[in-house]
Design a protein around this ligand. Structure first.
Ligand SMILES: CC(C)(COP(=O)(O)OP(=O)(O)OC[C@H]1O[C@@H](n2cnc3c(N)ncnc32)[C@H](O)[C@@H]1OP(=O)(O)O)[C@@H](O)C(=O)NCCC(=O)NCCS
Length: 185
């Protein structure tokens, strides 16, 4: 029996098949499993200068398993999105203490880009942060020079809410980008 292939993520749990971007290749989204750890650590090292120790991934998996998403292409893990939910001051509603989803790390291998993988992982991850962990908004840090990522977040209706000077280890500034989740299903 063939699995149904959708244009956009709709599931909150388990595997789903998505026909994403321009060339119509089908990828799988699912939750991270502990056997994915090596692949995710390898992708993180290949695509981002911010590299985390293994336990950092494992802690996020243990705390927020439904919001740790991976993508498979032709059977290989090619992307991940790792999140957590925190309690703190809202970036959207000034002065309001809020449960905030925080996108900790997202990456897709160069050979699997522009297929809609990051876009769909973001949607599924944001939905999971809202539905399973009560997030009312979501935020992230991004290098001011990272145009692909900034475009991705703008496409998902994030806006710049703050600038942190010298945030990164090499001195580059970060934008904080955020969006509410009350208007997001
Ligand atoms: C940013 C990144 C995660 C995007 O992954 P992806 O799976 O290729 O992204 P998608 O195919 O889902 O693209 C969604 C949207 O993002 C934007 N985008 C993605 N890549 C882009 C690029 N190279 N240039 C401009 N915009 C880009 C576009 O708006 C795109 O929509 P479109 O295809 O309709 O134009 C990927 O480039 C990556 O892993 N970069 C290195 C790691 C990184 O920077 N992570 C973010 C740290 S904050």
């Amino acid at each position: 029996m063939g699995e149904e292939v959708r244009d956009i993520t709709t599931k909150l749990s388990g595997r789903e098949y998505i026909r994403g971007g321009r060339d119509g290749r089908v990828f799988v989204l699912r939750e991270f499993e502990i056997t994915d750890l090596n692949s995710v650590v390898m992708i993180n090292r290949r695509v981002l200068p911010e590299n985390y120790p293994e336990f950092f991934f494992v802690e996020h998996y243990r705390s927020f398993p439904k919001a740790f998403i991976v993508a498979e292409l032709d059977g290989d893990v090619v992307g991940y999105m790792m999140n957590r939910v925190e309690f703190g001051w809202s970036y959207i509603w000034k002065g309001k203490p809020t449960r905030k989803g925080h996108v900790i790390s997202i990456g897709v291998l160069p050979e699997a880009r522009r297929l809609g993988i990051a876009y769909n992982m973001m949607i599924r991850g944001m939905r999971a942060m809202k539905r399973f962990y009560g997030a009312e908004e979501v935020y992230l840090e991004v290098r001011v020079s990272n145009t692909p990522a900034i475009n991705l977040y703008k496409k998902l209706d994030y806006r710049v809410v703050d600038l942190i000077k010298g945030y990164y280890h090499d001195g580059e500034d970060a934008y904080i980008m955020a969006r509410p989740l009350n208007n997001f299903e």
